[in-house]
Design a protein around this ligand. Structure first.
Ligand code: UD1
Ligand code: CA
Length: 457
């Protein structure tokens, strides 16, 4: 059976990035450039892609260890034709080969599927695009009948050829048999002394192999990233697309230029996102919730009608419906908040479950805890969960009331309906429904005391 074998070229040095990191590991919308292309490849073909790499193979293999990839090294970058040639031993005779680039991350599944479906079996398919400014790209040459006859690289082009605005994005769909015949015969007698993959176009024309051209659905899809300026431009473009998609789904975004999505987001209707929000990893937000300015949400599940107030940082947590969080709250991994909970300013919660209707409103640390329903934790309460070697658990049962400035030294359990007096240090389990407070010095007043006065100089 014929299958689509994708070959991704990623061996180029990426010199203009001026980086010690391989170019394809630089991130776009939180994901490495090559990760974008691998995801598109997986949506287009079930056959694992061949990735041609040149440098830091170990780092690349590690970075994409969860992807099913056939890695092939091209130790010396002798040109795009030479690069694809390295993949040939891994390609079956009956396959058709789709060539992609590790540094062209926006190429869409839609465009590639169209190229694959529409290109006749024995033909050579390729994308072309017409650009106002074609500088830097290979130009498409057509004959009097408008049939493609070749691609000329800018460095090899005459003045007349440089005026051509139809360019070569470098994405081709070719029967493997043709590549196996043509690539070993490529020559490098050109301006760059490289083995050009583009020479297969003129070769096809000479052999009367049909050349089928398709245009990308969106012109930006074919943009390659060569330096950090282009990386930032494409980042903004991609973020604008994410924001527009969300707005069309019914999300209010106060300023689409000040939202950054770096992962998979699922945001319901009538959610409002204020300015300077970063959404990372898997984020879902339920209907009618509002996220205040300057919040960072990473791997969180937020229920309906939740209010996250400004400057809150929430990671690895589940927030129940109608809860109110922040401003300035820090909610850390392993936290599960039930419906209608309140986490206030300068409160840190880690690896804790907090029951329905409970409140921790001010200046507290809740770690490794299990808090029941309708509990009120007073200002400045600290769960002392760490003895210097191990972490211990604090359990607070339903309807307990923890007075301000309490230290709960774990492991410890506070009974249902218990009240803890302010300023207590609780080291033993507390019975339900009673007032417990630790030893306090009796309060004294010195009537004779005088406030110090400033001395005259
Ligand atoms: C290539 C095309 C040009 C097209 C342009 C689109 C050729 C000869 N020219 O030119 O017509 O308009 O892309 O962007 O194909 N690579 C390797 N190994 C190599 C050389 C390159 O893996 O030996 C990879 C690079 O990492 C890069 C891609 O191939 O991802 C393109 O290489 P690059 O040198 O940027 O090609 P261009 O000169 O831009
Ligand atoms: Ca390029």
């Amino acid at each position: 059976m014929t299958s689509v074998q994708i070959v991704i070229l990623a061996a180029g040095q990426g010199t203009r990035m001026r980086s010690s990191q391989p170019k394809v590991l630089h991130k776009l919308a939180g994901k490495p450039l090559l990760g974008h292309v691998l995801d598109v490849a997986a949506a287009v073909s079930n056959t694992p892609p061949v990735v041609i790499y040149g440098h830091q193979g170990k780092l690349l293999h590690e970075s994409f260890s969860r992807h099913n990839v056939t890695w092939v090294e091209q130790p010396q970058q002798l040109g795009t034709g030479h690069a694809v040639q390295q993949a040939l031993p891994n390609i079956k005779e009956q396959d058709r080969v789709l060539v992609l680039y590790g540094d062209v991350p926006l190429i869409s599944v839609e465009t590639l599927k169209r190229l694959i479906t529409v290109t006749p079996d024995k033909a050579l398919g390729m994308l072309t695009a017409t650009l106002e400014n074609p500088t830097g790209y290979g130009r498409i040459k057509r004959d009097a009948q408008n049939k493609v006859v070749g691609v000329v690289e800018e460095k090899d082009a005459s003045v007349a050829e440089r005026a051509i605005k139809e360019i070569n994005p470098g994405i081709y769909f070719v029967p493997a048999t043709l590549l196996k015949k043509w690539l070993p015969a490529l020559a490098n007698n050109n301006a760059q002394k490289e083995y050009y993959l583009t020479d297969i176009i003129s070769q096809a024309a000479r052999e009367n192999i049909a050349i089928h051209t398709e245009q990308p659905a969106m012109s930006e899809e074919i943009l390659g990233i060569n330096d950090r300026v282009q990386l930032a431009q494409i980042e903004r473009f991609q973020q604008k697309r994410f924001a527009e998609k969300l707005m069309r789904q019914g999300v209010t975004i106060i300023d689409p230029a000040r939202l950054d999505v770096r992962g998979e987001v699922d945001i319901a209707q009538d959610v409002t996102l204020d300015v300077n929000i970063i959404l990372e990893g898997d984020v879902s937000i339920g209907e009618g919730s509002t996220i205040g300015a300057n919040c960072i949400l990473r791997d969180v599940k937020i229920g309906k009608r939740v209010e996250i107030k400004p400057n809150s940082v929430i990671e690895g947590a589940t927030i129940g419906a109608e809860s109110i969080i922040g401003p300035f709250a820090r909610v850390r991994p392993g936290t599960v908040l039930a419906a209608n909970t309140h986490i206030g300013n300068f409160v840190e919660v880690k690896n804790s479950a907090i029951g329905e209707g409970s409140k921790v409103n001010h200046l507290s640390y809740i770690g490794d805890s299990e808090i029941g329903k309708q509990v009120n934790v007073g200002a400045g309460t600290i769960t002392c969960n760490y003895d210097g070697a191990n972490k211990h658990k604090t359990i607070i049962r339903d309807s307990a009331h923890i007075g301000s400035d309490t230290q709960l030294v774990a492991p410890v359990t506070i009974g249902e309906g218990a009240t803890i007096g302010a300023g207590s240090t609780i080291t033993k389990d507390v019975p339900p429904n009673a007032l417990t407070l630790s030893h306090r010095l009796e309060q004294r007043t010195k009537q004779s005391w005088k406030r110090p006065q400033k001395k005259d100089k």
